[in-house]
Ligand binder design. Structure first.
Ligand SMILES: Cc1cc2nc3c(=O)[nH]c(=O)nc-3n(C[C@H](O)[C@H](O)[C@H](O)COP(=O)(O)OP(=O)(O)OC[C@H]3O[C@@H](n4cnc5c(N)ncnc54)[C@H](O)[C@@H]3O)c2cc1C
Length: 509
């Protein structure tokens, strides 16, 4: 067997079949590696991409939109298809009604001014947060009330403004996956780069799962798992990663009792899983810098609530509503079994689903909801609809919630940069760097003159880390997860000096 062939035969195990794992494995195959296995704890592919049939079409319990176009790998992948796969969701999350807990609809003219105040901060924060040592929460609070105090806003009712801002903070928490905005680092917020273009592109009637089909090329190959066919081990958990064997290989202990020896392992499990399980998962324990990254990067919970009604009871041009709680009305639920409802912040229309509304819940209450029986959650949501909306609300036909926290394979929804991240001085780079051993044999096909290769010359990556949280600028998204998966596939190709690892990857990135 030639050296090149031996390298392509290296056993590579990818842990996790979410967007990052699927992207990594399919890229490795594309680069010529042949001995690739993906081990996934769930009985399905996709991880935090989870499209299920519901009502007239499908719904996404996790990722729903492609966020932006320029420099967005997911968007670029869809552009290579003949069919237009993505579509603008339109102004659903701009045109919503603001409804108070006594059923009063905030006048459009007032609501749109309040929306403009918070909308304007989206621009100013890009400049002002650069020098901010505090939290996103304190920045936004000061900004909002400073603007509200201006003479031109003196006619806005202070109570309504406060209720609106309370609600807005919940919305922002859903974007970050934080419990409170005081947890979010002001400066760290800028680590995230928004891709230019439409940030709410939906997958029409197909759902986000379509991306997995593209990555696996299962549409062309007509096999369910496309190029990953027979390379997938579903319903199998990796329990232990023994990465310090004398032979420089990695031993994995699997939940089915088997063990497996690999030349390289790519870990794509969520940051939530790493936070909870890295101590028992890695033997020996991870280096201190890696532990600091896992501790310091933040991971929070956002959940969705889908309600199917027998008919749409709302007007055609109505896109949904946000819930503005009057302080005195909160007393009706606080201290009761319905207290969790305070953190449901809105219900919105869903593309290609004429009869459903999708609600969002954050915070500890979002995690608490996961522990409640579904009929109790449904009753709570119906209480909200009937309390806030003036129309006659029919009983729902179907009801579905997500549960990202209680599932031990996720332990939350997505990552963000917290004040703790700042304090510990850590970040995605520290999470992403691989565990290596010194290479003792000439393992490369040839010596390319590239700088990255030179740097890594002596270090053979044996355990690599991908997943959305390891993306420096696109964390918390699917495009960040895909990018991270490709990054690690490319790292291996570069280690072995495989031709095509640079040009092939560049052309796709
Ligand atoms: C409610 C919600 C809404 C979102 N909305 C959007 C959106 O609109 N647009 C967007 O771009 N992003 C969105 N995201 C974020 C996006 O879904 C994630 O960033 C992305 O899917 C993460 O992919 P991943 O491969 O990094 O991780 P995961 O999808 O978590 O994949 C990791 C996989 O590892 C498996 N695993 C865990 N432990 C083990 C083990 N021990 N052994 C084997 N397998 C294991 C898990 O089961 C999982 O399948 C949303 C997420 C949520 C939860």
């Amino acid at each position: 067997m030639s050296g090149a062939q031996r390298n392509l035969d290296r056993k590579i195990v990818v842990i996790g079949a979410g967007a990052s794992g699927v992207a990594c494995a399919t890229k490795l195959l594309e680069l010529g590696f042949q001995n690739v296995l993906v081990v996934e704890a769930e009985d399905r592919l996709g991880g935090r991409i989870h499209t299920i049939p519901f009502a007239d079409n499908v719904i996404d319990l996790g990722a729903q939109w492609c966020h932006g176009e320029r420099d967005n790998i997911v968007y670029e992948l869809t552009r290579k298809q003949e069919e237009e796969l993505l579509e603008s969701t339109g102004p659903v999350y701009e045109n919503y009604q603001c409804v108070r807990s006594n059923g009063e609809v905030v006048a459009d003219q007032v609501a749109s001014r309040l929306k403009t105040i918070v909308g304007d901060s989206l621009v100013t924060r890009q400049l002002e947060l650069r020098h901010c040592s505090g939290s996103l929460g304190s920045y936004l609070t000061n900004k909002f009330y400073d603007t509200l105090r201006r003479p031109e806003n003196s006619d806005i009712d202070a109570e309504v403004a406060r209720e609106f801002f309370d609600n807005y903070q919940k919305f922002e928490n859903s974007v970050e996956a934080s419990d409170t905005l005081e947890q979010v680092s002001g400066r760290g917020y800028l680590d995230y780069w928004e891709c230019e273009g439409d940030i709410l592109l939906n997958w029409k009637d197909k759902g986000f799962v379509e991306l997995l089909r593209l990555l696996m090329r299962s549409r062309e190959l007509k096999a369910e798992h496309g190029v990953l066919k027979e390379r997938l081990l579903l319903s199998t958990r990796v329990q232990k990663i023994n990465w310090n064997r004398n032979d420089g290989r990695v031993e994995l202990q699997l939940s089915n009792g088997d063990s497996c020896i690999a030349d390289h392992v790519v870990v794509t499990v969520s940051l939530g899983v790493l936070k909870e399980q890295h101590w028992r998962m890695f033997d020996p324990p991870l280096p201190v810098e890696k532990q600091r990254a896992i501790d310091g990067l933040a991971f929070g919970t956002v959940n969705k609530i889908f309600v199917e009604f027998p008919v749409a009871f709302w007007p055609e041009d109505w896109t949904g509503f946000t819930l503005l709680w009057r302080e005195e009305d909160l007393d009706d639920i606080r201290g009761t079994s319905r207290a969790w409802l305070e953190d449901v912040f809105g219900f919105y229309r869903v593309s290609y689903q004429p009869r459903i509304l999708a609600g969002w819940i954050i915070n500890t209450n979002g995690r608490h909801m996961e522990t409640l029986p579904l009929d109790e959650v449904q009753a709570g949501c119906m209480y909200l609809f009937r309390r806030f909306l003036q129309w006659t609300i029919p009983e729902p036909k179907q009801f579905q919630t997500s549960a990202w926290y209680t599932n031990e394979n996720f332990r939350g929804s997505y990552s963000y940069r917290s004040m703790e991240t700042e304090t510990l001085g850590t970040g995605a780079r520290e999470l992403a760097y691989p565990l290596t051993v010194v290479a003792t044999t000439p393992e490369r096909e040839k010596e390319p003159e590239d700088e990255l290769w030179q740097q890594s010359r002596c270090d053979r990556p044996i355990v690599q880390f991908a997943g959305e949280a390891s993306s420096e600028h696109y964390y918390s998204t699917v495009h960040g997860a895909v990018e991270a998966g490709w990054r690690e596939a490319r790292r291996l190709a570069q280690f072995y000096g495989l031709s095509g690892s640079r040009s092939g990857t560049k052309s796709q990135l």
